[in-house]
Design a protein around this ligand. Structure first.
Ligand SMILES: [Zn+2]
Length: 315
């Protein structure tokens, strides 16, 4: 039997012909990395090949690594297999990987979203024979509103909390979501304070995109500094003693999972904003369509349900 161009192994997606792994979860010699999130760029690989904008991000997270930076659409060949990276629109420097060998083309999306967030290079559909797509939100219940609506709701929420003399605490992942929120927060309302994890990552990203000024919360930050202002914090800070010092406050989370009210209640968060750096159901369907792929393989999330329902819709 012919060796598939990309296969699933216990170390991750593997291209045997080139002896290279895509986003491996165990250390390998040569890894092509789609983006900087911890579940995609892990420590211990001998060589990292990735978009050049992702290099400062993974270097910040992983320390000293051997890396090669690639430009969008630039072809690099390993053992006669042609690889190239195309924008995935998920976070800064996030890529899809196009693999071509003997006329066959496969694309691995990594994480992606179709909406232009104004920070990441927008997603581009790539024609291929086989499309390996993530489907974190692969259920019809996931339907995103245009981001401008959500972001203006967030600013209105901040203003309302300010009117009541409260501090707004907004949770989002320190890489990607936090900067997307930051970019659109209305500094006319007040000051944007940050948790250290977000401040550090934003510093890494400032040369790559424009963001409003932020103020790191330090020991010198006093209780009277915060009311009326907003604090950007990673979800892990929720319930910590760090947060408790900010009373009176109101909390909110910005995530695709906020689609489910139960998710917000379980996390004991006051307000949920549905804002995701992944595709919603319709985004997945239209992306798949646009690739013209004969074969679609879904990874992550509700992959079984997604494959089944989308197959039925196609009938
Ligand atoms: Zn990701």
């Amino acid at each position: 039997m012919k060796t598939p161009l990309l296969q699933f192994t216990d170390k991750g997606i593997y291209c045997k012909q080139a002896d290279v792994y895509l986003d491996p979860w165990r250390p390998v010699d040569k890894a092509i990395i789609t983006h900087g999130h911890a579940d995609h760029s892990r420590w211990g690989n001998k060589e990292y090949i990735t978009h050049h904008k992702n290099i400062p991000i993974i270097s910040h997270r992983l320390g000293e690594i051997k890396s090669t930076g690639i430009e969008w659409g630039e072809t690099f060949t390993i053992n006669n297999v042609k690889f190239s990276l195309y924008p995935a629109g998920h976070i800064i420097g996030s890529s899809q990987v196009r693999v071509e060998h003997k006329g066959e083309v496969r694309v691995f999306t990594g994480d992606y979203k179709t909406e232009d967030d104004g920070i990441s290079t927008p997603y581009e559909a790539i024609k291929c024979h086989t499309f390996i797509t993530e489907c974190t939100f692969g259920l019809p219940a996931f339907k995103w509103l245009p981001q401008q609506e959500v972001l203006s709701d967030i600013n209105n929420w901040w203003q309302e909390n300010k009117n009541e003399g409260k501090t707004s605490i907004l949770f989002g992942y320190s890489l990607g979501k936090a900067q997307r929120l930051l970019k659109y927060l209305d500094t006319g309302i007040g000051t944007i304070y940050t948790h250290g994890a977000i401040e550090n990552m934003t510093e890494v990203l400032r040369p790559l995109a424009s963001f409003p000024p932020t103020k790191l919360i330090t020991k010198e930050t006093t209780k009277k500094d915060l009311p009326g202002n907003i604090v950007l914090a990673p979800p892990s800070a929720h319930g910590s003693s760090w947060i408790r010092k900010m009373v009176p406050y109101v909390t909110a989370s910005a995530s695709g999972w906020m689609t489910f009210r139960g998710a917000r209640r379980r996390r004991a968060i006051d307000k949920g904003f549905v804002l995701s750096d992944h595709c919603d159901w319709q985004g997945l369907l239209s992306s798949i369509e646009a690739t013209g792929a004969e074969k679609v393989i879904c990874t992550h999330g509700y992959s079984d349900i997604f494959s089944e329902i989308s197959a039925r819709i196609r009938l």
